[in-house]
Every structure is written in structure tokens, then in C-alpha cells.
Design a binder for this molecule. Structure first.
Ligand code: CIZ
Ligand code: SF4
Length: 355
């Protein structure tokens, strides 16, 4: 394993074999997949620790200063984590922040595996910590290197655009990365009428509608289990109670759900939309964590989650207690082998160069 960051004893890498979710013969998400996901959610909920004590937050802040660490938290993190973080944002905002960080010795990345991997790829001289090794994005695990190679051989000379929600080894196989905030711009910028895009099928279809290009999803069935939980019927019920509300929906939701939205966009785009919109009430179709940021930034506005079970169990594995232990013991260090990091970095940098 070679990287500019010299791994220490006990250093762990998070590259793992894929966790496959079954699909039926038509490539649709089958009932078993949803059951598996619900079991994972149940299991994850037993890990929930009531965090948020002032003392714990203070201890983390002290330790952070002593160790010269920076805490980055995703919009889907628990409120008490967002409150002690140096920076809260979506994956592109956090990756950019990690890439530009000069002073800190350690970056604690309170999110899931692929985001911490991106930080390690973009800033290999820093020690990047993922507080909980099990915090893995199931969608990122749905796209294997073998699947990308198979798709490339079926569609030779077709550019491969990968959502940042992929593991480093997959990124190393693509031409350019995108996030939900810039997928339309990235695909528009590619000099081809047909592109391969994975792993989220809903995002691929959204980009196809927006760009008019042919966007082939790889794999055919990739999805975010949390965003799949949203149903347009729930929006209708909330709308009948709050007819004046504007509806914001994430592109990882189904097309039916997107059609129920006044606005479709990433979490950072939702935060901007909510701030700039004349509306004072919003129905939100994404993971519940972002409501904390929306409410903090817009104290006079009201926000309702479109489905109150929309929790990402993997994001929620991070707690204040676990961040404290992670920082104290400087674990789990995320490293990406340089031969993989080198290619993945290029794909990420191409995305950053677009703006
Ligand atoms: O790109 C991200 O951070 C994700 C996974 C969600 C969003 O839209 O912010
Ligand atoms: Fe992955 Fe969905 Fe959780 Fe985001 S919300 S980390 S895409 S499972």
C-alpha cells in the first residue's frame, strides 16, 4: 500500500468487498432488498446513543484544539455533531474543504466511507479519520469494478461519469466524478451524446431528462435505500395540511416523488433554495439530518420531513461519543492505495475544474 500518508500501526483501510442488494430479473428493486434494508435500519437503531451532552461536546472541542484537528460533518449528521463541526455541508463542499485544508494535522470526517475516502485522496498528507468503520453507504457498494468494466466493454468509447457515492476503486475506473449538486453540469460538459452513469438509477434518469443526452445507468438497478422510502402520497397528505408549502425533493428519490416536488436538488441546493425562496413553509424529501441546518439557517421558516422514517442508518452511526474516541485514539485512519488514488484523484479534480 503506497500513499503519501504513511500508515501507522493499526491503520485500517476501508476498501471492502461489495454488499450486494438483490434485484429482480427486470432490474427492479425487489421486496427482499427492502427487507434487508429495514433489518439494517433496525440493527443500526440499537446502536443509537443519546449523545449531545455539553461536557462531551466540550471535551471534543478541547481535544480537537490539542490535536490540531478539523471536524467536517455531512448535512445528514445528528444535530449535536453538526453543532460542534468546523464545517457542515454536502459531499462536494466537504471534499473541497478537505482538499483546501492546510493547517490541521487531522481531519475527522463525520459521514460515510466514500466521503472520507475522497478526503484522503484529495489531501493525502493529512490523517483522515472515519469515526465508525461500519458507516458505509450501501449505494456506493452497489457498483463494483467488475460491473464498470463489463459496462465499458458493452459500450466502448462511452464516457463513464460516476457519482461521488462510489468507492475509490470504482472512481479510479471513471472519466469524471459528479455529485447530486453538479451532475447535470458534468454530463452536459462531456463531449458525447451518450454516457454511462452510476450507481444511482434515479439520478441517471434525472440527468437524462435534464440534459437530453442518453444516460445509461450502471448498474441498472442502483439506488439509495433511504431516498427510496419517500412516497408521493405522503407529500399529498402534508400538502393538504400545509397547502402553501414548497416541496423540495432529492434526485435520488423516484421519478414519481420528483414529480411531486416544486424543486429537485441536492442538500446544498435545497439550503440555498429555502433561503432565497419567498415560501415560508417547506416539505423536504431527503434524509432528515438536513432539517437541522435548514431550521438553523432559517429560524422564521417551517420545515417538515416528507416521510418521518427517512433516516440513513449509516450516517447515524456517528455519535459524539464515537467522534470523541476516534479523535482520542486517532482511529480509523482512512488510506487509499496510491495506484487507485492517483486515478480517482484525476476524476475528482476534473469535476472541480468545471467550476
Ligand atoms: O452529495 C451529497 O452530499 C449527498 C450524498 C447528498 C446531497 O445531496 O447533499
Ligand atoms: Fe448512501 Fe443514501 Fe445514506 Fe446517502 S443517504 S449515505 S446515498 S445510503
Amino acid at each position: 500500500m503506497t500513499s503519501d500518508h504513511v500508515p501507522e500501526k493499526g491503520c485500517e483501510t476501508i476498501l471492502e468487498p461489495p454488499f450486494l442488494v438483490p434485484a429482480d430479473q427486470n432490474g427492479k428493486f425487489c421486496f427482499a432488498a427492502k427487507c434487508i434494508y429495514l433489518c439494517i435500519r433496525l440493527e443500526a437503531s440499537t446502536f443509537r446513543v443519546e449523545g449531545g451532552t455539553v461536557a462531551l461536546a466540550d471535551n471534543i472541542l478541547k481535544l480537537k484544539a490539542e490535536k490540531n484537528a478539523l471536524i467536517l460533518a455531512h448535512n445528514y449528521q445528528r444535530p449535536e455533531i453538526q453543532d460542534i463541526a468546523d464545517y457542515v455541508g454536502d459531499s462536494i463542499e466537504l471534499s473541497r474543504r478537505a482538499m483546501e485544508e492546510k493547517d490541521a494535522r487531522i481531519i475527522v470526517f463525520s459521514a460515510v466511507d466514500f466521503m472520507a475516502e475522497s478526503a484522503a485522496i484529495l489531501n493525502p498528507k493529512k490523517k483522515v479519520l472515519l469515526p465508525v468503520l461500519g458507516a458505509r453507504c450501501p449505494m456506493a457498494q452497489m457498483l463494483t469494478v467488475e460491473e464498470i468494466k463489463r459496462s465499458k466493454s458493452q459500450h466502448p468509447r462511452t464516457p463513464v461519469v460516476l457519482y461521488v457515492n462510489t468507492l475509490a476503486a470504482a472512481k479510479a475506473e471513471c472519466d469524471i466524478c459528479c455529485t447530486s449538486a453538479n451532475a447535470v453540469e458534468v454530463v452536459s460538459s462531456v463531449d458525447a451524446d451518450t454516457v454511462l452513469l452510476g450507481p444511482d438509477r434515479n439520478l441517471a434518469e434525472y440527468v437524462q431528462r435534464k440534459t437530453g443526452k442518453t444516460v445509461i445507468p450502471i448498474p441498472e438497478w442502483g439506488f439509495c435505500p433511504t431516498h427510496l422510502l419517500f412516497q408521493p402520497e405522503d407529500v399529498q397528505i402534508l400538502k393538504s395540511q400545509h397547502p402553501e408549502a414548497a416541496v423540495m425533493v432529492h434526485p435520488e428519490c423516484t421519478f414519481e416523488m420528483q414529480k411531486a416536488g416544486d424543486f429537485v436538488g441536492s442538500t446544498s441546493q435545497m439550503c440555498r433554495y429555502a433561503k432565497e425562496s419567498k415560501a415560508t413553509t417547506f416539505i423536504v424529501g431527503t434524509e432528515e439530518g438536513v432539517l437541522h441546518r435548514l431550521r438553523k439557517d432559517n429560524p422564521a421558516k417551517k420545515f417538515f420531513l416528507a416521510y418521518d422514517g427517512a433516516v440513513c442508518p449509516n450516517m447515524k452511526l456517528n455519535t459524539l461519543e464515537r467522534i470523541y474516541v476516534s479523535l482520542k485514539e486517532e482511529k480509523h485512519v482512512v488510506t487509499v492505495p496510491e495506484p487507485i488514488a492517483k486515478h480517482a484523484r484525476k476524476a475528482l479534480q476534473r469535476m472541480f475544474e468545471l467550476k
